[in-house]
Design a protein around this ligand. Structure first.
Ligand code: APR
Length: 252
């Protein structure tokens, strides 16, 4: 277990951001835990309750959309009323100060957008929308409105939350834009991801290969920490990110 980050870790990270031409962030489910949404792979996480092979693959969805929608409606009860936490707001502050060019998020909870960020790349889609598997029509989705069965389109097709399930491709625009940002940034801030799901987990490696300084915020070390991370800010993102922004704004 590494010790808590020291002041000079925050100072080193703050200096790198202050001197950078381009800073981006890659966020995962850990960024939303302090908003009340469990992550996927920590003990007690979502995949402990809903095995992904049964609920989160496109094949499982096509075989039994009603069953997969039951999980989404259960998650909807979790998401009901959640708000951006201090970590989301800290990233929004950085963006407002012109020090965060893009947030590439794996999260589908819309919390970066709700925090006021308009530079969000939805790498795994967004659960605020659903689309018809037949005619590809989009519609707003409020997963708090529980139904007994999968919602249907006017054309008769089954609707699917507009999120990337295992076995589906990343939206091509998000894939290319994220790749471009990773290859051209000077600093990449990784927030709350287990570094286990590709191609999202490739982005920090791409940035590192391009010479970027890597800052990682997580409560535990990951594969990134032991291979490419330059400064590891261990702790909840709702604590470390505001402290990082304070350190940045404290640099004359
Ligand atoms: N602050 C920072 N990090 C946290 C916090 C917190 N408060 N709480 C948990 N974490 C960390 C965990 O230690 C873990 O490393 O966040 C990470 C969450 O990892 P996962 O649950 O695997 O979530 P994520 O990395 O986003 O998963 C990627 O996998 O299941 C798919 O599509 C899903 O987008 C998701 C993708």
């Amino acid at each position: 277990m590494t010790e808590a980050p020291r002041d000079n870790d925050f100072t080193a990270a703050a200096r790198a951001i202050k001197q950078a031409r381009k800073v981006i962030a890659v966020t995962g489910a850990g960024a939303s835990v302090e908003s009340g949404i469990p992550d996927f792979r920590s003990p007690g996480g979502i995949w402990d309750r809903y095995p992904p092979e049964e609920f989160a693959t496109i094949d499982a969805f096509l075989m039994n959309p009603d069953k997969v929608w039951r999980m989404w409606y259960d998650l909807g009860a979790l998401i009901d009323g959640v708000a951006p936490n201090r970590g989301h707001l800290a990233l929004a502050d950085l963006a407002r100060e012109g020090m965060l060019a893009a947030i590439i998020t794996q999260n589908i909870d819309n919390l970066h957008q709700s925090a006021g960020c308009d530079n969000v790349i939805e790498y795994h889609g967004n659960a605020a929308r659903m689309l018809c598997m037949t005619c590809r029509r989009y519609a707003p989705l409020d997963i708090r409105e529980r139904r007994a069965l999968a919602p249907r389109c006017a054309c008769g097709g089954v609707m699917k939350p507009d999120v990337v399930l295992f076995g589906e491709d990343i939206p091509i625009a998000a894939l290319h834009e994220s790749d471009r940002h990773a290859r051209t940034c000077d600093v990449l801030i990784i927030v709350g991801t287990s570094a286990t799901v590709y191609p999202a987990a490739e982005l920090p490696y791409l940035a590192k290969a391009g010479g970027a300084f890597i800052i990682e915020c997580n409560v535990v070390p990951t594969d990134f920490t032991t291979s490419i991370t330059d400064v590891f800010l261990q702790g909840p993102a709702g604590v470390t990110l505001p402290r990082l922004v304070t350190a940045i704004l404290g640099i004359p």
